[in-house]
Design a protein around this ligand. Structure first.
Ligand code: CP
Length: 352
């Protein structure tokens, strides 16, 4: 056993989130049963998570983030394949960092054009090959159907790192990890009334995978989210997949195209502008721009999956509204937690 590395940096600007807040609120406990249920599972859609599992992943991420946990090379002997057929800064590198910090090995495809795809090879055939090259596959692809295509032959667990306008489940776990560190009481099925939050989402969940996945998990926290307001240029921003869940949710959910009207009441403002429309990425909802002068509550926090464009001004970076840098800084720990559970190596981390 050796102690985890202690050389992690945290975010340079904005709100700082400390893992101990969530751990202390959970009395140091990690819900191991929920984590064990992930062993050998593919992670494709946040619909597969219940609230307990989201919290358990956050608890283990927090334990890892304390950097004071005994580990016995959790992913020793395991190979993760990061197969990215679309650009990424955060997702690929934080997954690869997570694997390497857990003493696993990585085979990295940073650009699908270096594979047989350039010669017309199918994703299904690539899936067949990967069965013998690694123990888990982490894939990003611009085609929403790519998950079904590679799984025609792939028998290893697949982690969806973003599929077209589909989902980005690990980003949503990262988002909720940040929120549970910010306000640990949000994990309760019956959060005190005065701590419940009004969540505003500037974006179009139907065409924005990170927003859609975040909203899907938000619906699980119906004892803590008192209202959700969707702010979008489109008349129907939700899309088919979430329509029924939104209608059935006990959380009041409203929609507006007038950000000014609702902004002063929001506790959390989740913003994104990159949408997948048809077969390409476009910026949507660009009329909504946040900057230091936006009419926000003093303690409102802004979240963004990044990359950003001019919907989120850099003059917010050094303010306490900036939760987005802390959100991104939690990614390695969440992905460490998830990989350890999926690869059934929880027994190599003491204290859980
Ligand atoms: N949040 C996110 O998915 O970022 P990347 O596109 O850089 O991976």
């Amino acid at each position: 056993m050796h102690r985890a590395l202690t050389d992690f940096a945290t975010n340079s600007k904005g709100k700082q989130l400390h893992p101990t807040s969530l751990l202390q609120a959970s009395h140091g406990r990690v819900d191991r049963d929920s984590l064990e249920s992930l062993a050998g599972q593919s992670i494709l859609n946040p619909r597969q998570f219940d609230r307990q599992t989201v919290i358990a992943i956050a608890q283990l991420a927090a334990l890892l983030e304390t950097r004071n946990v005994e580990m016995d090379k959790p992913l020793d002997g395991k190979i993760a394949i990061t197969a990215f057929f679309e650009a990424s800064t955060r997702t690929r590198l934080s997954f690869e960092s997570a694997v390497q910090r857990l003493d696993g090995k990585v085979l990295s495809v940073p650009d699908g054009q270096v594979t047989g795809i350039a010669k017309g090879e199918s994703l299904a055939d690539i899936g067949e090959m990967l069965n013998t090259y690694g123990d888990v596959v982490i894939m990003r692809h611009p085609d929403t159907n790519s998950i079904d295509e590679i799984r025609k032959n792939l028998q290893r667990p697949l982690i969806n790192a973003g599929n077209g306008s589909g989902h980005h489940p690990t980003q949503a776990l990262i988002d909720w990890y940040a929120l549970l560190k910010w306000r640990p009481e949000l994990r309760h099925a019956d959060c005190p009334q005065d701590r419940r939050v009004h969540l505003g989402i500037i974006g179009t969940p139907g065409s924005m995978r990170a927003v859609k996945s975040f909203l899907r998990l938000a619906l699980l926290f119906n004892g803590a989210v008192k209202r959700i307001t969707l702010i979008s240029e489109l008349a129907d921003p939700v899309g088919l997949e979430l329509t029924d869940s939104i209608e059935e949710s006990p959380i009041p959910i409203d929609m507006t195209n007038d950000a000014q009207e609702v902004m002063p009441d929001l506790d959390i403002i989740y913003v994104n502008s990159i949408a997948f429309l048809g077969d390409s990425y476009r910026n949507l909802d660009t009329r909504y721009k946040l900057n230091r002068n936006s009419d926000m509550k003093k303690d409102a926090v802004i979240m963004h999956p990044l990359a950003r464009n001019d919907e989120l001004a850099e003059d917010l970076d050094s303010t306490e509204h900036n939760l987005y840098f802390a959100q991104a800084a939690g990614a390695v720990f969440v992905r460490q937690a998830l990989l350890t559970a999926v690869l059934d190596r929880l027994g190599r981390i003491s204290g859980i």
